[in-house]
Design a protein around this ligand. Structure first.
Ligand code: CU
Length: 286
């Protein structure tokens, strides 16, 4: 591959630059396997702890396999080594008990703090109930600005994309007809439940993953730090269309959110008037 016309130096340069290209490419490719960019303080904590634990695992991996590899190679029989024959070492046993204890505490201390914080759903600005159905989500705004709003949120990906008759869009299977809309910087409390089987409401960028169980209410919360659209999925295998009930949260500036609420409430009021009129009309016929 590296023809003779290259000088030694340029060969090295070419090799190095190909490595740079390879690594930056794999860096790009790897980023899609990483956790999404955290959008809430809780999601940030989850992200940081994920990386922290990964480093701990890497150090343990290198330590264990390093010692093992070294021992196997340097102490092999062909070099004339004889196996040591000893039993019960108090020192070794104390060391291999204390080190894992320290590691476990270093992992569980921050994790416990985060979990306690995740469970604190008090003093929310807005409470939204999310109900899992086979196979869609229902949302009811039950407290705070937007109270009374309710809608069903269903997959919006066209069937021909699903059947491979059309090219798949960017948000394939991660798009819905009605987004859950919330204002930026407000504490949103979510009440989770389900109507048929167990589902799970999961939006990684917001750091929320909670089972939605029929007959039970579970809660979670998030406070998004900037506007944007954040996508998630049902995370509990719930039947044949489990992969077709995504979650889309749209975080808006406060002003835009108020407009959205006004619009939704106007439509709801109009529908109510229409329904009453229809019912009265129906009643007068009988
Ligand atoms: Cu589900």
């Amino acid at each position: 591959m590296w023809g003779g016309k290259y000088m030694k130096g340029s060969k090295l340069m070419a090799l190095l630059s190909s490595f740079v290209v390879l690594f930056s490419y794999s860096g790009l490719a790897l980023s899609k396997y990483n956790l999404p960019e955290p959008q809430t303080p809780i999601a940030q904590q989850i992200y940081d702890q994920h990386i922290w634990i990964l480093w701990i695992c890497l150090v343990i991996f290198i330590g264990v396999f390093g010692v093992m590899g070294y021992s196997i190679v340097k102490h092999r029989k062909s070099l004339g080594y004889k196996a040591a024959n000893f039993h019960e070492s108090m020192v070794v046993e104390v060391i291999w008990t204390i080190i894992p204890v320290i590691i476990l505490v270093a992992i569980s201390w921050p994790a416990t703090k985060t979990i306690i914080e995740m469970k604190d759903t008090s003093e929310a600005d807005i409470t939204i109930k999310a109900t899992g159905y086979q196979w869609m989500w229902g949302y009811d705004y039950i407290q705070g600005e937007g109270e009374g709003i309710g809608f069903i949120s269903q997959l919006a990906t066209p069937q021909d994309q699903i059947r491979d008759q059309a090219p798949k869009g960017n948000d394939y299977l991660l798009e819905v007809d009605n987004n859950v809309v919330v204002p930026v910087g407000k504490k949103i409390r979510l009440l989770m439940t389900a109507d048929d089987v167990i589902h799970a409401w999961w939006v990684p960028a917001l750091g929320v993953k909670q089972d939605a169980i029929p007959g039970f209410l579970r809660d979670a919360w998030f406070k998004a730090e900037k506007p944007g659209i954040f996508r998630g999925q049902c995370a509990e295998l719930c039947g044949k269309e489990h992969g077709f009930m995504p979650i889309v949260v749209e975080v808006m500036e406060q002003e835009k959110y108020s407009q959205w609420v006004a619009e939704k409430q106007k439509t709801a009021a109009a529908t109510k008037v229409l329904n009453t009129a229809l019912a009265e009309n129906e009643a007068s016929k009988n």
